[in-house]
Design a protein around this ligand. Structure first.
Ligand SMILES: *Cc1c(COP(=O)(O)O)cnc(C)c1O
Length: 393
């Protein structure tokens, strides 16, 4: 993952001038780069992009054109993708607990691939979509993930055979197993453990007459973040070796979310106020915790703030968003060069679990999004001085 989308100072200043702030700039070339990284390093693995990480229509269209499939979790996601012309057999409804609306929309749109981890869900699926294709989600513990989803989802391996048998009795097409090691998994260990568990369960199931044919290794592939060493190449290499050794004749799926979209968006935000409170420096920005920085809460993400100021001694500061709620504080004691009113801040790696979970609380509209490849020619050919002095551009 050597390539990461990061705007230059002149592009940031020109874009801020032309489109105002806050502004999200998406690179579709980076989407393609990330998708190809996975298909090249995990050859033969079918990619189901987890739409919840960033449902932006341009991202979905770009991936659809590249041949990607999609992991959807709700009626809304299935309808949005159907509207974009994506066929139902390119979607897996990978929410272990589906709503009544969700199942009704699956039936209407023709989505027939599901995951589950409980007995109650089997009866729901069998009733709504008789003969549907199902994967049992197995629990894998991963304390090294930033977001450990196995506290909420996944059947215990000891319970797997019982559930597979009930699903078969209910007439479902029992096709395989899936797991999700948790988001931003920093090592391959959890994948190795999970693949070993699944190999054992495939063998146990074969003894009971099952012909499992699909293994879905979920998402969780990490992107570079502050203070973390991420080696995506090493992780994919380990996974590839494990799959070749254990599942060479099985169809493999993966459900990356963050990895595909995380590095593809830059946020341009601006200082709209400075204040000294209780001997701390505060900076108020025009995007906040209820907006693009929602990932601080929902995704436990630490964002990198880049300024284009001279590199002087840093100070600890508090960064707050524009709303009137006291919760709207993104960072405390964050080291920064001293900032002034109207200073521009560039925040890279804003593509996953950011705009997707942003709200319009307090009347602040969702941050405007533009596509870098739509504007870059124009930006790159405008000399900076002309761009910043001409407001009608
Ligand atoms: C959220 C989710 C993903 C994507 O996770 P990332 O960490 O963003 O890769 C994949 N599969 C399922 C079932 C999910 O819920």
């Amino acid at each position: 993952m050597e390539k990461i989308f990061k705007l230059t100072q002149s592009a940031v200043e020109t874009l801020a001038e032309k489109y105002g702030t806050p502004l999200l700039v998406l690179s579709l070339e980076q989407i393609e780069h990330n998708y190809r990284f996975l298909t090249e390093n995990l050859p033969g693995v079918k990619i189901y992009y987890a739409v919840k990480a960033n449902p932006d229509e341009r991202i979905v269209r770009t991936l659809a054109d590249l041949g990607s499939c999609f992991d959807v979790a709700s009626d809304g996601e299935m309808l949005a993708l159907t509207e974009l012309g994506i066929a139902p057999d390119r979607m897996v409804y990978a929410n272990p607990f589906k709503t009544h609306n969700g199942l009704a929309v699956a039936k209407r749109t023709g989505v027939y691939k599901f995951t589950f981890d409980s007995e109650s869900e089997i009866y729901k699926m069998a009733k709504a979509i008789p003969g549907g294709t199902v994967l049992l989600r197995v629990r894998v513990d991963n304390p090294k993930a930033l977001v450990d989803l196995n506290k909420k989802f996944g059947a215990h391996p000891d319970d797997a055979l019982r559930l597979l048998k009930i699903a078969r009795e209910q007439g479902l097409d029992v096709a395989g197993l899936c797991f999700h090691v948790g988001s931003q998994s920093l090592s391959a260990d959890a994948y190795v453990d999970a693949i070993n568990i699944c190999r054992r369960l495939f063998d146990d199931a074969a003894k009971e007459g099952f012909k499992l044919r699909i293994l879905d290794i979920g998402g969780g592939f990490p992107i570079p973040a502050i203070d973390t060493e991420v080696d995506a190449l090493a992780i994919t290499r380990t996974i590839r070796e494990m799959l070749e050794k254990n599942f060479s004749d099985i169809e493999i799926w993966a459900e990356p979310g963050r990895f595909i979209c995380g590095t593809t968006v830059n946020l341009i935000t601006r200082v709209i106020g400075t204040q000294h409170r209780n001997s701390q420096q505060w900076y108020f920005l025009d995007d906040g915790l209820y907006g693009t920085f929602s990932g601080v809460i929902f995704d436990h993400w630490d964002f990198e703030l880049l300024t284009f100021k001279p590199d002087v001694e840093k100070i600890p500061a508090t960064f707050a968003g524009p709303s009137c709620d006291s919760l709207d504080v993104m960072f405390r004691d964050k080291m920064t060069v001293p900032l002034e009113m109207d200073d521009i801040i560039l925040v890279p790696n804003c593509g996953s679990y950011t705009s997707a979970s942003a709200t319009v609380f307090n009347g602040f509209a969702k941050t405007t999004r533009i596509v870098w490849e739509d504007v870059k020619q124009e930006i790159e050919t405008i000399p900076l001085a002309a761009a910043t002095s001409n407001r009608t551009l």
